[in-house]
Each structure stands twice: as structure tokens, then as C-alpha cells.
Design a binder for this molecule. Structure first.
Ligand code: PRX
Length: 665
């Protein structure tokens, strides 16, 4: 599938023809939380009485401090508002409600550090820690609606910090610990945060990630709004503490009360911002509301993960991504479940680490990304065979289309043929899983996320906004009715929200930004992004963001970035660069390529480091001066060129771009 920024045309074709089909196993189906008849009834109810369906679920699933009378306010569509005259508190729901239900001594979190240290936190302990941090934030003057940026490793304190914000109605904005100082700065400035919570360092692959040093460098410019920095002592590396601004987490919390009344907030009160890449150089702060978000994340844990009392749920995502928000911090806790979190790298100290964690913690549900599955698959079947994986009963996948080969390996080698696989499609903007099998009910096909959940109405439209007719015809994936956990806006830029997600089809439906098709049975198959967004190892990266980082380098005159298939990461990054004053074709260029790869990693994140940089004397452009990305993509993939290159100013550059000819000096 390709998108074309020049003409806006989209050409989506079904390239995958997977025939295998797996019926639900009788044993799983017999115990499933959602039985086939119940699922059918939910679909029917949602179809007949959409608002009644969501109203009943919101009343039965959430603990309202003040109930609501308005289910959906669409008076400012597409800025939909759900349950807006109700009041609740998300942290109360995840902690107090669980303790009242008798789960005080139950493990809320089982944490494993990369060093192997294990810590268990009961719901009661987590509640006390959250209250102490909530009081600490209040002592620093943080008020309802203030933004707090969290830049931490994947440790229990990350969850404590998020829940503490929710408790007092502060809006958290978590920045992935793998992001650079510059990315952190941009996000802090965009959010206008008053407090930053970070750590001395994090651990990854045996190394220490210098989080505090990055935070200091981020705060050196454009972050005047930050009054205080709370520093968690974690990795033990020395750090500079700025008098009057920085304080240690343990000192700040030592004298705080372990009790803190939840701040009741309106249903629509923003719970968090999470920045994600779009098709411009500037990441957008996706803003989620409280009640609607919580409803969908809570329900999807029940419907998709069949979550029950004795489960040990391990979602491997970092809290820096939406998956870590919805299926580490909020959804499982709102269901009173036990979550496992692991700080380190999946292959540290060896390729058995994931499977050892499953074995040692008795993980029953594992939710991870295709890129991790592919990386571990490459290491061979012998490694997982060394571990007792009999506790596993359900496997999940998220973040990118899973290729059938990886699906089959996950099924056969990890699930030992017993565990259903749920391939869950959703996005930062959707808040929760929207399209996924319901285990025990939906037959699965490797590579398909199958069917929308109850209350979710998905369709595939052609360029004119007409539903595509007939199976296997590709088009734009859209959601035709609003749902409670839909992002409310883009922080500080509502127009961009409207333009990005609603404008294309005249405000009628939510444009997901993915291309998809349906098979003869109506199953959805996601083909990939239709905008200039790459999906590298399950992480969204805007090509424009990488291009902006490249041209910020003194030696780069112009850059164009495209994706190409990558065996492990799904998509890899190839950058075409025109140098300024360099002497292409010399050894200097090789050094420069390395320098630029490192530069992008430092500017954005190591995830964004280009796999390859190719230099050319010029980039191919249309007559109106736009870069011919479709041509570049074809070149990147080594495909034959179907485009007319005769209009190029300098047709010889095609050979340079292909890499088979050195640029002239
Ligand atoms: O392209 C789709 C892909 O990931 C994008 C959303 O990325 P992000 O907001 O970072 O959230 C990732 C975790 C929810 C989507 O637009 N994607 C996500 N899940 C799947 C997927 N593509 C295919 N199949 C999936 N299961």
C-alpha cells in the first residue's frame, strides 16, 4: 500500500491472502467471560439503541460520585462529550474500589527489574504510595488541571505518579524514557507543565539511561513553566540537583500522609495528554477524558482479555506509550487485576528473559508487539522450550499488522497450540482496543484483527467516501459513530484535531489513518498507514519529524525519509540526503552518514535512527516542487519504477538514489 503526499491519491490493495482459520477451542470457550450468545446480544443492543447501550455500561461499570443524565453531547461535534454531567475519579476506581471489594492484600503490581530484583505491591500499598505522591504534588502547589510531565523508566513509581495525578485531577503527560532531551523539551513546552517527575537513571540492556541529565538539558530552554523536578532514586548514578527546583522523591514523600481524598472531577475532565507522531514535524498532544476513557479500557480488558480474578496480566509496553496507559496503568487495575511490569530489554541477559518472566510470575495473559515476537522468533524454538509456559492461557498482539509467520510461531511455540491469540487494533487516539477477536467466540485468522467490538461501528470507505463494495477491496478505515474513549482534541490545537481526523469525509466519521480491507466474511485486515507516518517496531514516527531533525544538521541541505520493509522492525527507515558543502562520493560521506544517524537518534530517539542514509545531488521533485515520495518509496523497496521520471530535472539522480552510482563531487 502506498500513500501519495503529492496528489492525495491512495492505492490500497490486498496483498496478503491468508487462508488458515482457527476455531475457538472448546475448553477456552466453555469458561469464557463473554459467551457467544452474550456477545451477539451486546452487538444487537448496540445496533438498536446505541446510546442506551453505552449508558447502561457506564452505569454498571463505573462508580459515579455523581451520576450523569446526558449520555452523549454532540452539540459541538466532532468534539463529542460523554456522560458530561457525571463526576468520578479514575484513581478511586483503580484503587479504593478494589480495596473496598476485598482486594487490599492482592498484588496490584509485580515488578521485575532488569537486575532480577522483584517487588510486589499490594493494592493497599499502591494506594498508600499514590496518596503520598498525590499529597506531595499538592504540597508543591499542583492543582486540578495543571500538567505534570512524567519521564521515568518502567518502574512501579511510574504507575504511582500517573495515578497520583489522576487522584488530584492533574493532567499527566508521560514521555517515553527513550526519548531525547529535545523531544522531552518539546513535550514539556507544549503541555506547559509545572512539575516534571523523573529518575536519576533507568536500566536497559545492562546500561544506565541518564534520565536526569536529559531532563536537565531539556529544562535549559523553553521550559519556564516547570517550577519543580521530583527525582526518583533508582539506578543510583550520580546526578546534579538544582537547589530550589529539584527534590528527591523519597524525601518529598517521607512525611506525606498515606491518605488523600480523591478529587471528584467531571467526566470530561482531561485525564492525560500523550504526544504522538502525525504527518507534520510537530508531535500532537492527544487529549483523553476521564470517564469515557476508563469505560472503554475497563470493558476491553473483560471482553478482549477475558480478564478474571486469578489472572496475572503482562502487557510488555512501556507506560510511555498508549498501550502502557490503557493496559498497564488503568484498564487492569480498574478490574482489580495483577499486572507484571519489567523494566529492561527483552533479550537481557539472553533471549529467554521474556519466557523466564512468564514462568517465574505465572503469567496467564501476555500482550506484546509483533516486533518483539519476530525478534524472539529469530532466536529459535529451543529457547522458549526451556521454560514452563503452562500458565499462559491467552496471547495478545498490538502495534502493527502481525505477519502470519510470526502469528503462527506465537501460536505454536509460545501458546503451545492452546492459547487463543487476540490481534488488537487500536490507536493512541482511540484510547482502547476497537477491533479484536473475542477469545472463545471469534474464529481467528493469522494477520487479521477480525471484527469490531460491540458498540464500535467500523467501515472502509473509498476516496469519495462511499463504503467499498465487495471483499478484498482496500480503502480508508473509519469509525462511523463516536465512542466513549475517543480522543477529545489535540492539546492547544483543536483545528488540527478536526482537520486530521474528521475533515476528509465531511465530519461524518473518524478517519483512523490506516488502510484496510475486509475479506468475504467481513473480517478486517489492516494494511498500514496511509499518511506519512512510519510504524517502526510498533512505534509511530512521522517522516517529517525525522526530516526536520536531519535538516537541523549544519551539513544537510535537504532530506526525504521513507519506510521500507524490515524483517524485525516491520518498517525500517531510509533517508535520502542532499549535503551542504560536503564532497559526496568520498570517504567523508561515510563518516557523515554515521554522524547523521547518531544525530537523529540524539535529536529524537534511538528508535528514529535511520537504517541507511543515501546521498544524492538532488531529490526528485514534481514540477510544483514537491518531493516525489512514491518514487522514493519504490526506490527504497528496490521495486521497478512505474513513475514517469522524464520530467525530472536531473534523471541521472535516480541511479544515485538507488545507490548504484556515487554522486558527483
Ligand atoms: O497503523 C496502526 C497500527 O498502529 C497505529 C497506532 O499507533 P499508536 O497510536 O502508536 O498505538 C499503538 C498501540 C495501540 C495504527 O494506526 N496498529 C496498531 N495495532 C494494530 C495496528 N496495525 C495492525 N494491526 C494491529 N493490531
Amino acid at each position: 500500500m502506498t500513500s501519495n503526499r503529492e496528489s492525495g491519491e491512495v492505492d490500497i490493495s490486498a496483498v496478503l491472502h491468508e487462508q488458515r482459520r482457527f476455531e475457538p477451542q472448546a475448553q477456552f470457550a466453555a469458561r469464557a467471560r463473554l459467551q457467544a450468545a452474550q456477545l451477539a446480544a451486546l452487538h444487537e443492543r448496540a445496533g438498536k439503541d446505541y446510546l442506551g447501550f453505552w449508558r447502561e455500561l457506564a452505569l454498571s461499570q463505573l462508580n459515579w460520585h455523581r451520576s450523569f443524565s446526558v449520555t452523549l453531547d454532540d452539540s459541538q461535534a466532532p468534539n463529542y462529550r460523554w456522560f458530561c454531567d457525571g463526576e468520578l475519579n479514575v484513581s478511586h476506581e483503580c484503587l479504593d474500589v478494589q480495596i473496598i471489594a476485598g482486594r487490599g492484600e492482592k498484588a496490584a503490581i509485580r515488578f521485575e527489574a532488569e537486575t532480577g530484583e522483584v517487588r510486589r505491591l499490594s493494592y493497599r500499598q499502591l494506594h498508600a504510595d499514590v496518596c503520598r505522591m498525590a499529597n506531595a504534588l499538592k504540597s508543591l502547589g499542583v492543582q486540578m488541571g495543571d500538567r505534570v510531565v512524567i519521564y521515568l523508566p518502567l518502574v512501579p513509581e511510574a504507575i504511582v505518579a500517573m495515578q497520583a495525578c489522576a487522584r488530584i485531577g492533574a493532567i499527566h503527560s508521560v514521555v517515553f524514557g527513550g526519548f531525547s532531551a529535545l523531544s522531552l523539551r518539546e513535550r514539556i513546552a507544549d503541555a506547559g507543565a509545572c512539575v516534571l517527575i523523573t529518575a536519576d537513571g533507568g536500566r536497559r540492556g545492562g546500561e544506565i539511561v541518564q534520565l536526569k541529565a536529559a531532563a536537565d538539558s531539556a529544562l535549559a530552554e523553553r521550559c519556564e513553566s516547570v517550577r519543580n523536578v521530583i527525582v526518583l532514586r533508582h539506578a543510583g548514578n550520580p546526578v546534579d540537583m538544582h537547589e530550589g527546583r529539584d527534590c528527591w522523591w523519597h524525601e518529598l514523600c517521607a512525611h506525606q500522609s498515606p491518605r488523600c481524598e480523591p478529587q471528584w472531577v467531571p467526566a470530561e475532565h482531561p485525564l492525560f495528554l500523550l504526544h504522538t507522531s502525525g504527518s507534520t514535524g510537530r508531535p500532537k498532544g492527544i487529549q483523553h477524558a476521564s470517564a469515557g476513557y476508563l469505560l472503554n479500557v475497563k470493558l476491553s480488558c473483560q471482553w478482549v482479555f477475558d480478564l478474571r480474578e486469578d489472572d496475572v496480566f503482562w502487557c510488555t509496553a512501556d507506560v510511555g506509550w498508549v498501550t502502557g496507559h490503557s493496559y498497564v496503568c488503568y484498564g487492569p487495575l480498574a478490574n482489580g487485576a495483577t499486572v507484571v511490569i519489567y523494566e529492561g530489554a527483552p533479550t537481557y541477559p539472553d533471549g529467554g528473559r521474556f519466557w523466564k518472566i512468564c514462568q517465574d510470575h505465572g503469567v496467564t495473559i501476555l500482550y506484546t508487539a509483533p516486533t518483539a515476537i519476530r525478534a524472539l522468533m529469530r532466536l529459535g524454538d529451543a529457547i522458549p522450550a526451556r521454560y514452563d509456559l503452562s500458565s499462559l492461557r491467552l496471547l495478545g498482539s498490538v502495534g502493527e499488522p502481525i505477519n502470519p509467520e510470526a502469528w503462527m510461531w506465537y501460536h505454536r511455540v509460545i501458546g503451545r497450540g492452546r492459547c487463543p491469540i487476540v490481534d488488537t487494533w487500536w490507536q493512541t487516539e482511540t484510547g482502547a482496543i476497537l477491533i479484536s477477536p473475542v477469545p472463545g467466540v471469534t474464529a481467528t485468522k493469522p494477520g487479521s484483527c477480525t471484527l469490531p467490538l460491540p458498540g464500535i461501528f467500523a467501515d472502509i470507505l473509498d476516496e469519495r467516501g462511499e463504503p467499498v463494495t465487495g471483499p478484498e477491496i482496500g480503502g480508508y478505515l473509519v469509525i462511523t459513530r463516536p465512542w466513549p474513549s475517543l480522543a477529545r482534541t489535540i492539546w492547544g490545537d483543536n483545528q488540527r484535531y478536526i482537520d486530521t481526523y474528521w475533515r476528509k469525509f465531511g465530519g461524518r466519521c473518524y478517519l483512523a489513518g490506516d488502510g484496510a480491507y475486509r475479506d468475504a466474511e467481513g473480517y478486517f485486515w489492516i494494511v498500514g498507514r496511509i499518511d506519512d507516518v512510519l510504524n517502526v517496531a510498533g512505534h509511530r514516527l512521522g517522516t517529517m519529524e525525522i526530516e526536520s531533525a536531519l535538516v537541523a544538521h549544519a551539513r544537510v541541505a535537504e532530506a526525504a525519509v521513507v519506510g521500507r520493509p524490515h524483517e524485525i522492525k516491520g518498517e525500517g527507515i531510509l533517508a535520502f540526503v542532499v549535503c551542504r558543502g560536503a564532497r559526496p562520493g568520498t570517504a567523508e560521506v561515510v563518516t557523515l552518514a554515521e554522524e547523521l544517524r547518531g544525530w537523529v537518534a540524539a535529536q529524537l530517539s534511538p528508535i528514529a535512527r535511520p537504517d541507511e542514509i543515501r546521498f544524492a545531488d538532488a531529490l526528485p521533485k514534481t514540477r510544483s516542487g514537491k518531493i516525489m515520495r512514491r518514487l522514493l518509496r519504490a526506490i527504497a523497496r528496490g521495486e521497478p519504477l512505474s513513475q514517469d521520471v522524464s520530467t525530472l530535472e536531473n534523471p541521472a539522480i535516480v541511479a544515485q538514489l538507488r545507490g548504484d552510482q556515487q554522486p558527483s563531487a
